[in-house]
Ligand binder design. Sequence first.
Ligand code: MAN
Length: 192
Amino acid sequence: MAELRETLISAGILAGSHAANNVGESPIMTSARVSLTAGKDRLANLESQLTTHRDDLAKDYGPSNIFRALRDRCITAESGEYVYELCWLARTTQKSRKGGGDTSLGHWVGWGGEELLEGDAKGLGGGWKVAMKYENGQGCWNGPARNTLVVVACAEEDVLWRISEEEKCVYRMEVGSPAVCGEKRSEVKDEL
Ligand code: MAN
C-alpha cells in the first residue's frame, strides 16, 4: 500500500507529504489550476481588445472614414490663463497654467457644419466649414455642462488657431487640418 502511494506521488497523481501549494493538492491539480488562471487572464485581455475594436467600428469617422486618421491625436494652444487641448474625435480640455485639475469641455458626439461669411471668419476664410461637436463636459457652476464647437478649416498641418468662450461654459475652437482640404471638404458637406 505504501509502495503504491509512493508510485502515485512520484507520478504526480497524489500529493506528497510536503506539497508546496494547497495542502493535499496533487501537482497535476496545481498545474491545472495555474493553467486555468492563465487562460482566464488571456480571455479577459482578448475580451477587452474586442471591446476596443467594436467601439472603434461603431464610431462615426465621417464619410468614407475620412477622419479616422485623426484618431488618438491631440493639439494644444495657450489662451489667457489656460492651455486648451483638442483630442480629435475624443475630447476637449481646459488646463489651468497655475496648476490644479483639468476641466473637461466636452466629449465628442458627432459632426455638424457651419456657413461662415467672409467678413465673420477671422482666420478661417469664408464658406462652409466642417464642425465637430463636443458635449457633456464638466458641469458649469449654476449652469449646464460645458460644451465646445470645433470649426475646422483646411490647413497644411493640424493646428489650434483660436479659442473663445462665447458665453459662460460654451467654448469655440477654430482649428486647421489637412483632413478637410479640397475634395474631402465637399465630400463631407454632401454626406453630413
Ligand atoms: C472656470 C473656467 C471658465 C469658466 C468658469 C465658469 O473658471 O472653466 O472658462 O467660465 O469656470 O465658472
